[in-house]
Design a protein around this ligand. Structure first.
Ligand SMILES: Nc1ncnc2c1ncn2[C@@H]1O[C@H](COP(=O)(O)OP(=O)(O)OP(=O)(O)O)[C@@H](O)[C@H]1O
Length: 590
């Protein structure tokens, strides 16, 4: 297993920036042009008003300014729209890439890893977590860069006109980011707690919905409702705490921005009315005209605006950091090491399967399989029996490549399984688990899962062989009937037969059954068994048997006891041995 070193959330977010770089650059360039237009617009407004009030005769110049102003208004609206588009393109690019990466990682980590995860929390991370990154890339990052550009551009524009305003701006502006960072640190902690609660709540919701029947049966739904109510209450309190701090931070930002603008206005007003400014005598502030004063006053709020906007978008950063933490955790899941150059499975060779002294433990110190040694000849029908927890499913998991042996090797047609191209190997396998999973969609698509190019006729033939055609044809829309998630609307036996039809479509050399008929009624059982018998023709079969009735026909029975292969032989041979198998049969019969 290889575990990549986990990155810090901020570094992780920064690393994803490169995906969106071309769009981000464009957004920032548009922002820069917009800043220049903003200054020109303020200048034009100030001079139009100045002309209107103090120089009403100069109508030619006034008209030119007014026309330019209208043009700038339109241009800025267009640029704002463009910036918005590119910003969201940037975010969409990151989201798409990350979702794909996380999903692929989950797939590579495999079904065994998934059993240790809460699906609700995982879905929350994949959907809401990645969505939370949008505001970071679409709003926060462009806002950060513009915060550096716009105030600087305004400072340099105002400096030749009035250094007093520049001094006021320089003194008041730093308070905004300083307070924002101070408050932000506190919000960061609450935000991460809030995110974790949301994930727990999502996971719990899913558990409750999926297990509703069990909860009702055991009269436990009220207790679960209470757990959700408690979690919602914790979430509510955390949200309020975040909002309180957010209000506090925006109040602080507004306060400093307002004080700054008010001071600039007072200093300009005093000079326009030729009043003495409350400054030491040796400081002589420059004289100012109405147009200049008004121009500066129009620019003053624009100077503070990006700083205040950064305060708003800082919240997006905190949300993104909380989401990134979870995504990093998923991406840091160790993946099974893959062979550098996977070998091609020699499909022209007879498909033998050989377990050589295989050992496996899910947890250190608790071996699930100990020194298991057996081989299967092509076309052989082998049953694996043993008490619950003996290690039967573990053998299937090893063959499916979901887990790897800790010691020993598995050879397929003489080639080590861990060196094989897994996709190619799985194509040789048909697997019929105890509870097959169907997906939301038509029966047709569920049967030809993984091979969507197959014709309806091929699907119908597979369904016939799986003894499923009859019930499918009786459904209102036949093969086009939409079935719900997990096969809602179908009986257990019908689901099994659809899964069996899938196995026929696969036409694999090795068929792995996890006693598919264990929980079926006699009618369904005989139908599924007939389908299984047909599928088994000419293929190597491994049947994980939970009941001994199904194993008597097997060519060979492997008997597992607490992870060890204790006996093997035909039903008759094993009975004659009077060993563990015999006791197992007696125990089940009694
Ligand atoms: N995901 C897991 N994490 C930890 N231990 C596990 C896990 N899956 C199985 N085990 C343990 O490994 C051992 C073998 O389990 P396995 O599922 O292979 O048994 P089984 O013979 O298939 O049982 P059953 O007939 O009940 O399905 C058991 O002790 C079980 O507790």
């Amino acid at each position: 297993m290889t575990a990549p070193a986990p990155a810090a959330p901020a570094a992780f977010l920064a690393a994803q920036k490169s995906i969106a770089q071309p769009y981000l650059r464009f957004t920032i360039a548009i922002g820069g042009v917009n800043a220049v237009l903003l200054i020109i617009q303020a200048w034009l407004i100030a001079h139009c008003l100045d002309a209107l009030v103090f120089n009403p005769g100069a109508s030619i110049q006034f008209n030119t300014w007014l026309m330019s102003l209208l043009l700038i208004f339109m241009l800025r609206a267009l640029l704002n729209w463009g910036a918005e588009q590119t910003a969201f393109q940037a975010a969409a690019q990151v989201k798409l890439t990350l979702r794909d990466r996380v999903y692929r990682h989950i797939q590579a980590a495999g079904p065994y890893w998934l059993t240790s995860q809460r699906s609700g929390a995982l879905a929350e991370d994949l959907i809401k977590g990645i969505e939370a990154l949008e505001a970071y890339y679409a709003r926060y990052l462009p806002a950060m860069t513009l915060t550096a550009i716009i105030p600087l551009a305004i400072l340099f524009t105002v400096l030749p006109l009035d250094w007093v305003t520049v001094v006021i701006m320089l003194i008041t502006a730093p308070f905004i980011p300083i307070f924002m960072i101070l408050i932000g640190k506190r919000v960061e902690v609450i935000n991460q707690q809030q995110w974790r609660t949301l994930a727990r709540m999502g996971a719990h919701f899913l558990d409750v919905i999926q297990g509703l029947a069990t909860l009702k049966l055991f009269n436990a739904s009220r207790r679960e409702t209470q757990v959700i109510a408690d979690l919602s209450d914790v979430y509510r309190r955390q949200t309020l705490a975040v909002l309180r701090v957010a209000f506090l931070s925006s109040a602080v930002l507004e306060f400093f921005a307002t004080v700054g603008i008010a001071m600039i206005a007072v200093f300009i007003g005093f000079r326009l009315y030729h009043l003495t400014l409350p400054v030491p005598a040796w400081l002589t502030p420059p004289d100012i005209t109405f147009a200049q004063g008004f121009f500066i006053l129009l620019l003053a709020p624009e100077f503070y605006l990006p700083l205040r906007a950064m305060g708003t978008h800082y919240h997006s950063r905190l949300e993104a950091i909380a989401a990134a933490e979870r995504l990093i955790a998923i991406l840091a899941t160790p993946l099974p090491s893959l062979p550098a150059q996977p070998q091609r499975l020699l499909t022209n060779q007879p498909l033998t399967v050989q377990f050589n002294h295989v050992q496996f433990a899910y947890e250190p110190g608790r071996a699930a399989l100990i020194d298991v040694d057996f081989s299967l000849a092509p076309g052989e029908r082998v049953a694996i029996v043993g008490a619950s927890g003996a290690g039967k499913t573990t053998i299937a998991n090893l063959l499916l490549g979901f887990i790897r042996p800790d010691q020993g090797t598995i050879l397929i047609a003489g080639q080590p399984l861990d060196q094989l191209d897994m996709n190619e190997w799985r194509r040789q396998l048909a697997w019929l688990p105890q509870r097959p999973r169907l997906f939301q969609g038509s029966i047709l698509d569920n049967i030809r899962l993984g091979r969507p190019e197959l014709s309806t006729a091929a699907v119908e033939y597979a369904a016939q062989r799986a003894r499923a055609a009859e019930f499918i044809e009786k459904l209102p829309n036949g093969y086009d009937t939409i079935i719900g998630e997990s096969g809602v609307g179908l009986s257990g036996g019908q689901i099994q037969r659809i899964a069996l039809a899938r196995a026929f479509i696969r036409d694999a050399q090795l068929v792995l059954f996890d006693e598919a008929t264990a929980s079926l009624d006699p009618e369904n059982e005989s139908l599924v068994q007939a389908g299984i018998d047909e599928l088994a023709q000419g293929r190597t079969v491994i049947m994980i048997a939970h009941r001994l009735a199904t194993v008597t026909q097997a060519d060979r029975i492997l008997v597992l006891n607490a992870g060890q292969l204790v006996e093997q032989g035909t039903h008759q041979q094993l009975l004659a041995q009077r060993g563990y198998y015999c006791r197992l049969v007696a125990a089940l019969a009694g």
